[in-house]
Design a binder for this molecule. Structure first.
Ligand SMILES: Cc1cc2nc3c(=O)[nH]c(=O)nc-3n(C[C@H](O)[C@H](O)[C@H](O)COP(=O)(O)O)c2cc1C
Length: 244
């Protein structure tokens, strides 16, 4: 998929919590997942027809409707960057799904882990899921209320950057793309620093879910900047491609 389509998906995407009872074309997601698992050493799985994970009102607080299909974000707990990698590659799948007119929602807490039919090998962990499907055509009042409660605030460029000197244009485009990234409770915890001619991405607290947010934000930044990539880890620097 071309970067242009993914950049458009960044602008189009927002979390959906009500889905149509409809099968999705799985081929595109399955081949993207296979490729990611191969390159990143993860065990991400597409679970078609697994509504049980969202059936329990106690776990999902009734926030979701009609979730049938999930992407289970699984990998080895021995990987020191597991949460960040699942954020990065999970968002790669979210944007691909969005570009194919599918609706998505990252879910780290409000689902039943035990009812998720994913395979866990020894030392593996299920970190979060992504609900995926065709969104309900009309957004119900309930979904609007849930979105507005969780989505009250949006950070500004100034609130999520620390600048020493004037960064290049690509830094600004990267941050703008990262500002449109999903994050748990819409906390947008990632700070982008420009220092000694290098961009860095960091989170103030290294909790599991913030590390997922860090991976998601790094992926958005890379797409927006379009000229390089971050290393893994908190405070990792951005390497600009040779040809820039
Ligand atoms: C790692 C992660 C975990 C999340 N967990 C939940 C969740 O448990 N329940 C839920 O309803 N939304 C969850 N969300 C969705 C966020 O609430 C949503 O991304 C945020 O409010 C921003 O809204 P947007 O995605 O429409 O831009 C999660 C998002 C991320 C990135």
């Amino acid at each position: 998929m071309e970067n242009k389509q993914l950049l458009r998906a960044i602008k189009m995407r927002h979390s959906r919590r009500s889905f149509q009872d409809k099968m999705i074309p799985a081929d595109m997601l399955v081949s993207a997942i296979d490729q990611i698992n191969e390159t990143a050493g993860l065990h991400i799985q597409l679970l078609l027809n697994n509504p049980e994970a969202f059936d329990s009102l106690k776990k999902s607080y009734g926030m979701f409707r009609g979730v049938r299909h999930l992407i289970a974000l699984v990998g080895s707990s021995d990987d020191p960057y597991l949460y960040e990698k699942l954020g990065y590659y999970g968002e790669m799948l979210v944007l691909r799904a969005t570009a194919s007119n599918l609706a998505t929602c990252w879910v780290g807490g409000t689902y039943s882990k035990n009812d998720c039919r994913c395979q866990l090998l020894p030392h593996e962990e299920l970190v979060a899921v992504i609900a995926v499907g065709y969104g309900e055509e009309t957004i119900s009042m309930k979904e609007k209320v849930i979105t507005s409660v969780i989505h009250r605030r949006h950070k500004t460029y100034a609130q999520c950057t620390k600048l020493e000197g004037t960064p290049p244009e690509w830094f600004k485009y990267g941050v703008e793309a990262a500002l449109l990234a999903p994050s748990a409770l819409n906390a947008q915890p990632v700070i982008f620093t420009w220092k000694a001619s290098t961009a860095y991405a960091s989170i103030p607290e290294k909790r599991k879910i913030e590390q997922v947010d860090l991976g998601i934000a790094k992926y958005h930044f890379e797409l927006g900047a379009g000229c390089g990539e971050f290393g893994w880890g908190n405070h990792a620097g951005f390497t600009v491609n040779d040809n820039v």
